[in-house]
Design a protein around this ligand. Structure first.
Ligand code: URP
Ligand code: ZN
Ligand code: ZN
Length: 462
C-alpha cells in the first residue's frame, strides 16, 4: 500500500515546512515539493499539520491492580489511543514476586499479541530480584525490553526496598538501559493512610490528603541519589508536583542523568476535583494524586525549560460503576488510576500551543520525539524522515471538539466516564497512519485489531 500526503505543513521536533510525503512499504520514502507519483491513497492535508504519531510511554492495559483489572485491554486501549493520534504505546509487563521476569514477558505478550491497533513495547516492572536471577536482565535487552519500572510506593504489592532498587539499578546501568521510577515514600504514606482511616476519614479526598507532595519529593530525591551512585539514567514517571520537580531540577543542574515525565491530569486537573458531590471524587483517585492548582504553572515551566522531557498519560482506567465503587466507605480500596490515552494530544496542543505555553516543535517533542529517544525507538519512531516508520497524524489545528464520554470523536476508551468531561479543545487528530496504513480516517477507525506489532526497543539515546 502506498500513500501520498499532499499540501501539508510538516512539523517535527526541529522542522517546520510545507511538503508532500510519499509512503511505501510502511516507511516514509520521499519528502519533497509537488510530488506527482501514483499512490493507492492520496490525502489532501491543506491547512493541516502533518506530525509524527504520538508516543505514550506509560499505559496500563489489562492490568490486574487494586483487586480488579484496568478496564481497557490491548484491543480497546490501543484503538482509543489511535483515535487520539497516538501510534505507539509502551505498556508494562509485571513480574510476579518470586517468579521470572521472562515468564512475565510471555504473559504480557499473550495479552497483547494480535489484538492491538497500533505498535507497542513493554517496560518490565520488577517486584523482586535476587542475585541468581539478575542475568535475566541481559535476556530482556535481547527481547527488546530496555527499561524497568520500580516502585517506592504500594508496600506489599509492587514496592521494592532500597537494596533491591540499588541492585536492579546497577545491573540496568551496566546494560545501558533506563530505570523508570514511581517515586513516593510508600512506607510513610501507608502510616498516614492507616491513621486517617482510624480517625474515620474515608472519603475519596483522603487519598490525596494522605499523600503529601513532600513524600513524592523525598522519593524523587532518594531515587535520583541511588541512581547516581548506581550509574544509571533515571526517568521519574508521572511527576505531579512542584516539590518533586525541584528535586529533578537540582539533580540535572549537577549533571545527573535524571529525567521526568508528567501527565495531562497534573497539568489540567487539580485537588478541587476531590471536592465533587458524593463519591464522584473517586474518578480522580490516582497515584500520585491531583495537586493544588498552583503546581501546574511550575510543571509547565519544567516542560518549557526541559527539566521535564515528556508527557505520558499513565492511562489506567477503572469504571466508576463497580470498580471505583469498590472503595465506598474506604478510600484506600478505590482502585488507583484514571483514563486519558485518547485525549493526550488534543489536551497538550490546546493547553500548550493554543494557549501560548509551548511551540509547535516542543509539542511534537513532548508527545512523541523525546519518548522515542529515551526508550530506544528513535529514529524509526518519533519523527518524520526518509526511512522512518510512516506513523503520521494529520492534525487539524482549527477543529474544536468537546471532550465527553458521549462524543465518539473524543471518547472510545472502555470506561464509563471521561476525566476531562466538558473540556473544549481546539486541535484534533483527524487522520492517523500507522506504519503506512490509514487506521483513522476523518476521526473514524478503519483499521483492524492486530495491525499493531510488538517493538523490540534499542538502548536509550539523549
Ligand atoms: O494511579 C495510578 N497511577 N495507577 C497506575 C499504577 C501506577 O502507579 O502507575
Ligand atoms: Zn506509578
Ligand atoms: Zn503508571
Amino acid at each position: 500500500m502506498s500513500v501520498l500526503i499532499k499540501n501539508g505543513r510538516v512539523i517535527t521536533a526541529v522542522d517546520d515546512y510545507h511538503a508532500d510525503i510519499f509512503i511505501e512499504k510502511e516507511m516514509v520514502t520521499i519528502i519533497g515539493e509537488n510530488l506527482t507519483m501514483k499512490a493507492d491513497k492520496i490525502i489532501d492535508a491543506e491547512g493541516k499539520y502533518v506530525i509524527p504519531g504520538g508516543i505514550d510511554p506509560h499505559t496500563h492495559l489489562d492490568m490486574p491492580f487494586g483487586g480488579t483489572v484496568s478496564a481497557d485491554d490491548f484491543e480497546t486501549g490501543t484503538l482509543a489511543a489511535a483515535h487520539g493520534g497516538t501510534t505507539t504505546l509502551i505498556d508494562f509487563a509485571i513480574q510476579t514476586k518470586g517468579h521470572s521476569t521472562l515468564e512475565a514477558l510471555d504473559t504480557w505478550h499473550a495479552k497483547a499479541e494480535g489484538k492491538t491497533a497500533i505498535d507497542y513495547g513493554f517496560h518490565m516492572i520488577i517486584t523482586d530480584m535476587e542475585d541468581d536471577r539478575i542475568h535475566e536482565m541481559e535476556t530482556l535487552v535481547k527481547e527488546g525490553v530496555t527499561s524497568y519500572k520500580l516502585f517506592m510506593a504500594y508496600p506489599g504489592v509492587l514496592y521494592v526496598d532500597d537494596g533491591t532498587l540499588y541492585r536492579v539499578m546497577r545491573k540496568a546501568g551496566e546494560e545501558r538501559t533506563v530505570i523508570c521510577m514511581h517515586a513516593e515514600n510508600g512506607i510513610v504514606i501507608d502510616e498516614i493512610v492507616k491513621r486517617a482511616l482510624a480517625e474515620g476519614k474515608t472519603e475519596p479526598k483522603w487519598h490525596a490528603l494522605t499523600r503529601p507532595t513532600r513524600m513524592e519529593a523525598e522519593g524523587v530525591h532518594r531515587a535520583i541519589a541511588i541512581a547516581e551512585v548506581a550509574d544509571v539514567p533515571v526517568y521519574i514517571v508521572h511527576l505531579s508536583s512542584s516539590d518533586a520537580l525541584e528535586q529533578v531540577t537540582l539533580a540535572r543542574n549537577r549533571g545527573v542523568k535524571a529525567f521526568a515525565e508528567t501527565c495531562p491530569q497534573y497539568l489540567f486537573l487539580d485537588h478541587s476535583y476531590y471536592e465533587k458531590e458524593g463519591f464522584e471524587g473517586a474518578k480522580y483517585v490516582m497515584t500520585p494524586p491531583l495537586r493544588e492548582k498552583w503546581n501546574q504553572d511550575n510543571l509547565w515551566r519544567g516542560l518549557q525549560f526541559g527539566d521535564i522531557q515528556s508527557i505520558s498519560t499513565d492511562h489506567c482506567p477503572f469504571c466508576y460503576k463497580d470498580q471505583k465503587e469498590m472503595g465506598v466507605g474506604d478510600f484506600s480500596k478505590i482502585p488507583n488510576g484514571g483514563p486519558g490515552v485518547e485525549n493526550r494530544m488534543s489536551l497538550v496542543f490546546n493547553g500548550g500551543v493554543v494557549e501560548g505555553r509551548i511551540s509547535l516543535n516542543k509539542f511534537v517533542d513532548l508527545t512523541s520525539t523525546s519518548a522515542a529517544k529515551m526508550f530506544g525507538l528513535f529514529p524509526k519512531k518519533g519523527t518524520i524522515a526518509v526511512g522512518s516508520d510512516a506513523d503520521i497524524v494529520i492534525f487539524n489545528p482549527n477543529r474544536k471538539e468537546t471532550i465527553s464520554v458521549n462524543n465518539p470523536v473524543m471518547h472510545n476508551m472502555n470506561v464509563d466516564y471521561n476525566a476531562y468531561e466538558g473540556f473544549e479543545v481546539t486541535g484534533i487528530s483527524e487522520t492517523v497512519i500507522s506504519r503506512g496504513k490509514v487506521i483513522i480516517e476523518d476521526c473514524k477507525y478503519v483499521g483492524k485489531s492486530g495491525d499493531g506489532r510488538f517493538l523490540k526497543r534499542g538502548l536509550y539515546s539523549e
